[in-house]
Design a protein around this ligand. Structure first.
Ligand SMILES: CC(C)(COP(=O)(O)OP(=O)(O)OC[C@H]1O[C@@H](n2cnc3c(N)ncnc32)[C@H](O)[C@@H]1O)[C@@H](O)C(=O)NCCC(=O)NCCS
Ligand SMILES: Nc1ncnc2c1ncn2[C@@H]1O[C@H](COP(=O)(O)OP(=O)(O)OP(=O)(O)O)[C@@H](O)[C@H]1O
Length: 234
């Protein structure tokens, strides 16, 4: 199985690129969705976070008040690291289960959309790594527009992540999403071509089809060995 890493900065356009993958039949594991699940009321992640940050971060219905927790952690690196540390094991295992389900369904190429792919050192699981880059001014503008936040708040969120310029140096493929959606779709055609190239032997070995081939080869090998052995001993 080929596990493609998709990352970038906040509001650089990862979800927009993810949607293009999905419309071309390539499934995407979205780390933001997994992170939402592991913070739902009553889960292990929720309990850890409530005991570390206090009940003040809860809404009246007991769910975490996400904008409130966001305000706390995006303006305080120590608290952000604490939240990351508490949730990281739940997020990693959530991503693992999502990948396993796709593996069992027989998908040969899947995409992991993980904003903190490098920061969380998940990049070692993925190849190729795609970084969706955007110029700094466009990034702030798109973030403010999408989340209806102030410039200060948007800048705090951007500063909470590794810089996009550093991320692009660690990419196998860079998508420059500073232009229009049409520009993005045009670049995406080349990306799709790269990502859907035939699997390498290692990637094939990691797919369910590869595992099935190994199993069948072992069974055939054992049957031949037994046949030869029983014929030889007659
Ligand atoms: C702080 C929280 C509650 C704010 O929730 P909110 O709904 O406002 O934002 P949302 O989850 O949609 O995230 C939006 C974007 O913020 C960025 N972001 C989220 N968490 C972090 C973080 N810990 N550090 C840096 N950037 C982050 C990502 O680019 C993400 O795509 C939430 O982001 C959270 O639980 N973060 C910790 C979990 C995490 O690390 N998520 C990223 C998945 S790898
Ligand atoms: N090429 C583009 N032209 C104009 N707007 C765009 C373009 N690409 C993305 N956008 C818009 O910019 C915003 C951010 O894009 P998107 O949500 O895909 O980013 P993201 O990287 O997934 O963000 P996050 O890290 O918060 O999950 C969205 O409102 C999206 O519609």
């Amino acid at each position: 199985m080929r596990i493609v890493g998709l990352t970038g900065g906040i509001a650089s356009g990862k979800s927009t690129v993810s949607n293009l993958f999905k419309t071309h039949g390539i499934p995407v594991v979205d780390a933001d969705l997994v992170a939402r699940d592991v913070l739902k009321k009553g889960t292990g992640g929720w309990k850890k976070v409530v005991s570390a940050f206090g009940e003040d971060i809860l809404r009246p219905d007991g769910e975490v008040d996400r904008p409130k927790l966001g305000q706390i952690v995006f303006s305080n690196p120590v608290k952000r690291q604490l939240l990351n540390r508490l949730l990281a094991p739940y997020i990693s295992s959530g991503i693992f289960w999502e990948m396993l389900k796709l593996w069992m369904k027989g998908f040969k190429v899947i995409v992991l959309d993980v904003p903190l792919l490098f920061e969380a050192k998940m990049d070692k699981w993925t190849k190729p790594i795609i970084v969706v880059w955007v110029d700094p001014e466009t990034q702030v503008q798109r973030l403010m527009l999408r989340d209806r936040t102030s410039e200060d708040d948007a800048q705090n969120r951007i500063n909470a992540q590794m810089s996009l310029d550093l991320k692009r140096t660690r990419a196998d493929i860079v998508i420059d999403n500073t232009g229009s959606l049409e520009d993005l779709k045009e670049q995406f055609q080349n990306v799709l071509f790269e990502v859907t190239k035939p699997l390498t032997w290692t990637e094939f070995g990691l797919s369910i089809q590869g595992a099935a081939s190994v199993l069948v080869s072992i069974i055939v090998g054992v049957l031949i060995f037994r046949k030869v052995y029983s014929t030889g001993s007659l």
